[in-house]
Design a protein. Structure first.
Length: 125
C-alpha cells in the first residue's frame, strides 16, 4: 500500500494493489489455526467472535476512508489524501501485527487430548 501511494503510473498502481490483495488472503492462514490453539473445543465460538470484530472493522473502513478523502484543506492534492489513506490503513495493519506477534506460536497442539475418555464412553454405551 505504501508503494501504491507513491506510484504515478495507473497500471503499476493496479498491479501493486492486486499483489497486496492476493497477499492479504494469506493472513487468514496465519491466524485461522490459532483459533484452535486458543480453545480447541470452542473454536467455532472464538471464530465467530473474531469474525464479528473483523466485520465491524469492515463496516467502519469506508466511513474512515470517506472522512480522510474528503479533507477540509482544498489546497491539498487528491494524491496526498490517498497517500494519507494508504498510510492509515498500513498503520492499522502494523498495529494488528504488533498485537498478534507476541501471542502467536508454531507449537503443535494435540487436538485429541481429552477425547479418549469420550470415545470410551461411546464404546461402552
Amino acid at each position: 500500500l505504501m508503494a501504491a501511494s507513491r506510484m504515478t503510473v495507473d497500471y503499476a498502481v493496479t498491479a501493486c494493489l492486486c499483489v497486496v490483495q492476493g497477499l492479504t488472503t494469506l493472513q487468514g492462514l496465519g491466524f485461522g489455526a490459532n483459533y484452535l490453539d486458543i480453545s480447541k473445543h470452542h473454536a467455532g465460538l472464538v471464530t465467530g467472535v473474531g469474525n464479528t470484530v473483523a466485520t465491524g472493522a469492515s463496516f467502519l473502513a469506508p466511513m474512515v476512508a470517506a472522512w480522510i478523502l474528503a479533507g477540509e484543506d482544498t489546497d491539498e492534492l487528491e494524491s496526498d489524501r490517498w497517500r494519507r489513506l494508504f498510510c492509515a490503513f498500513a498503520s492499522s495493519n502494523l498495529v494488528g501485527l504488533a498485537l498478534y506477534l507476541p501471542f502467536c506460536s508454531t507449537t503443535a497442539v494435540d487436538l485429541r487430548e481429552g477425547d479418549d475418555e469420550l470415545e470410551r464412553k461411546v464404546k461402552t454405551s
